[in-house]
Structure formats: structure tokens, C-alpha cells
Design a protein around this ligand. Structure first.
Ligand SMILES: C[S@@+](CC[C@H](N)C(=O)[O-])C[C@H]1O[C@@H](n2cnc3c(N)ncnc32)[C@H](O)[C@@H]1O
Length: 282
């Protein structure tokens, strides 16, 4: 526990026990075709190929998702960050392979990064990524637990989180993303958080600061060294995590507001009925 395991994700996951972790979250390699001469820096993960035939890529992703399903406890969740891609003009949607896995697709969250990856005019500039909330049911209970109001109010569009630009890793996400997810799902509870493509360790740092256990898996040694260094210096990220946690507050919960509304309705009905009955009697 609280380690980054070096190796290929699928092979490493096969060695893990069933029902081990409470929460999985990751941003996998996106299988981006090499675009030469663009304005945006090409993403390269050192020796890792991110340019597979699409069918092969989707098969690997489905297999990884299903292994993550096996190692997640019933009632556990997986937050999977991905995006729309286009090949020869055809759009590829992540739901195409997510539907072929064992997970229940619970929600699609839009992360409005406000920055386009490719500013050409083939289509309107694509400035969003998606985060899929996947759920492992408990028996036949497919709906799962409700989020507390202070977390649910974060809504399904996240437009208050800017992309990370202070990290030498080629494709990190900002710490606010895993902090929001871990805090919303586990709240004050203990738990084990797994990131199967942990890169520079952003998920693991958020888990550590929020008092959870973590496991990362990463193929590139240099990124493991980077994540261990960042984990050692986790205090550098405490302020960002605290700012995120500070957003999760409600003055009154939905239940409180409902109760107060019912009480208010009762009072106004009482006053509506009472004067009339007085008039009648008179
Ligand atoms: C999008 S990045 C994740 C970045 C991470 N969220 C962060 O904030 O640093 C994907 C990572 O997956 C790693 N990766 C790619 N293929 C892999 C494989 N087969 N097994 C393990 N890791 C792999 C890459 O080296 C890269 O660091």
C-alpha cells in the first residue's frame, strides 16, 4: 500500500486481489495519432507507444477497465478521464468501449478546460474533456449511494478547474480533479485509491493529503521517480487541495430546505384556512 508499482498496467492488475480498492481514477494514454507541425506540443510518454490501431487500443482499455472492476469493492467507483477524438473525420466517443465493460455508466461529467488541443477549423474548437463516473453495484442495487449535497452541488460541468501547466510530465491533470473526486466519493471515510496510469502521481498526492491510502501503476521509471519526489513534497499541494475542499460546503442541505419548505407551506395553509373559517363562523 502507498506505493507506485512499476510495470504494464494490465499485467500488474492481474496480480491484484479481488475487491481490494474503494475508488479508481485515471487518465489513460489517449491513443493520439502523431500530428506533426501543429501549434500544440506533441504528447510523448518516453518509450511508451500512444499510437496503436484503434481497435487494439479499445481492446486494451476494455481489458484494463474490467480488471479494475474486479479489483474494486462492490459499491466502489471508477472515474475515467478521456475525450472525443477524430480519425479521418470520424468522431470516436469513449462510451463506445465503456459500454462493452462490466461497469455501470453512472454519469458523464464535462470538464471545460477552456483550452483547445488543436486549433484548426475542421470543427468548432474542442475545449472540453470528459470524466466518466463508472459504478460497481452491490448485488442487484444498481443505483448506489447518494452523494452528500455539499459534493453533488459541484454539478456535471466542471469549468472552474484550469489545466496543469507547472509539471514536467507531458499530460498531467491538475490536482483539483482527483481532490474533488476523492473528497466527494470517500468524504471522511478511509479507503484505498488506485490510479492504474499514475504518471507523475497527481491522484496519489491528492489521496495522501486527504488521508487515504493509494496505489499507482506506471510503466515509465522516470515518471515513477517524479511521482515519488512529488509525494515526498506533498505539502506543496496542500493549499490547492484545501481550496478545492473549501468549495464543498452547503449552508442548508436539500433535506433541510425541503423540511423548512414543508413547514412554511403548513404555516401558510394554516393562515389561509383560518381567517376564512373565522369569517364563516361570524
Ligand atoms: C495521461 S498520463 C497520466 C498522467 C497523470 N494523471 C498525472 O497527473 O501525472 C498516462 C500515463 O500512462 C502511462 N502509461 C502508458 N501506457 C502504460 C502502460 N501500458 N502501463 C502503465 N503505464 C502506462 C504513461 O507513461 C503516462 O505517464
Amino acid at each position: 500500500m502507498n506505493v507506485v508499482v512499476e510495470g504494464d498496467t494490465l499485467q500488474v492488475l492481474k496480480g491484484f486481489d479481488d475487491n481490494l480498492v474503494d475508488l479508481v481514477m485515471t487518465s489513460p494514454p489517449y491513443n493520439k495519432k502523431r500530428v506533426k507541425g501543429g501549434l500544440v506540443k506533441e504528447v510523448k510518454y518516453k518509450e511508451v507507444t500512444d499510437n496503436l490501431p484503434e481497435k487494439e487500443y479499445q481492446k486494451i482499455q476494455s481489458d484494463v477497465l474490467n480488471e479494475c472492476y474486479r479489483v474494486t469493492k462492490p459499491g466502489g467507483s471508477f472515474f475515467y478521464n478521456h475525450k472525443m477524438r477524430w480519425v479521418n473525420g470520424f468522431m470516436i466517443h469513449p462510451v463506445e468501449w465503456l459500454r462493452r465493460t462490466n461497469w455501470i455508466l453512472r454519469q458523464e461529467i464535462v470538464w471545460n478546460r477552456k483550452i483547445a488541443g488543436n486549433i484548426r477549423g475542421w470543427r468548432f474548437w474542442s475545449i472540453d474533456e470528459r470524466i466518466y463516473w463508472l459504478y460497481k453495484p452491490v448485488g442487484k442495487k444498481t443505483t448506489g449511494e447518494e452523494l452528500l449535497s455539499k459534493h453533488a452541488k459541484m454539478t456535471s460541468v466542471w469549468d472552474d478547474i484550469r489545466p496543469e501547466n507547472n509539471n514536467p510530465h507531458p499530460a498531467p491533470f491538475p490536482i483539483q480533479i482527483p481532490a474533488r473526486i476523492i473528497h466527494s466519493i470517500l468524504d471522511e471515510n478511509d479507503g484505498i485509491v488506485l490510479d492504474p496510469y499514475s504518471g507523475s502521481g497527481t491522484t496519489l498526492i491528492a489521496a495522501k493529503i486527504l488521508g487515504k491510502d493509494y496505489i499507482g501503476i506506471e510503466l515509465v521509471k522516470e515518471f515513477i521517480e517524479q511521482s515519488n519526489e512529488r509525494l515526498y513534497n506533498y505539502k506543496d499541494f496542500v493549499k490547492d487541495v484545501e481550496t478545492e475542499v473549501g468549495k464543498h460546503i452547503v449552508i442548508k442541505s436539500y433535506k433541510q430546505r425541503k423540511k423548512e419548505k414543508l413547514e412554511k407551506d403548513k404555516v401558510s395553509t394554516f393562515f389561509k384556512v383560518e381567517p376564512r373559517s373565522i369569517i364563516k363562523k361570524g
